[in-house]
Design a protein around this ligand. Structure first.
Ligand code: HEC
Length: 132
């Protein structure tokens, strides 16, 4: 009987692990780190360029999403705490197709976070116009 409950518990944990979007699955403690570049327009623009280079192939030039990856112009993304987005860039979601970007220097990852957080709605933040 004990074994049964153990197995049932494992199943529940596994089910919780696949429920919801990636933003919702990030460990709560990730929200504790704040973005050292928060509010910097220069960082946002640098982040837009990095986005086009590193992310657009999967998430779409205007964050509209593609068959490969979900859209990123959603409130759940731009309202997510910076530390949560940073966690996603560091760890990815490897078994579900989101790579880790831990190879990028930390400041570049924060630039991308700044870009994502200040890009509300689809296509209005210049992701497709990296020189803006
Ligand atoms: C190879 C394709 C691919 C690339 C390149 C990629 N992603 Fe993703 N991304 C995904 C997939 C697939 C998911 C969904 C993963 C999941 O649900 O666990 C995802 C999820 C996300 C999420 C969570 C969205 C949500 O609603 O929970 C964020 C944020 C994100 N990606 C940001 C980025 C950023 C920023 C870049 C560029 C630095 C990037 N991704 C590059 C495939 C990709």
């Amino acid at each position: 009987m004990r074994k049964f409950w153990l197995a049932a518990g494992c199943l529940l944990v596994a089910a919780a692990g696949v429920a919801g979007s990636l933003v919702e699955r990030v460990p709560a403690t990730a929200a504790d780190s704040s973005n050292p570049l928060e509010g910097s327009e220069r960082a946002r623009r640098a982040g837009a360029k990095l986005y086009v280079r590193e992310c657009a192939a999967c998430h779409g030039l205007n964050r509209e999403g593609t068959g490969k990856a979900p859209p990123l112009g959603l409130a759940e993304v731009y309202k997510a705490p910076p530390g949560v987005l940073f966690w996603i860039l560091r760890n990815g979601s490897l078994h579900r197709g989101m790579p880790s970007f831990a190879h990028l220097p930390e400041p570049e990852r924060w630039q991308i976070v700044e870009f994502l957080r200040r890009s509300t709605g689809p296509g209005n933040a210049g992701a497709g116009h990296p020189n803006r």
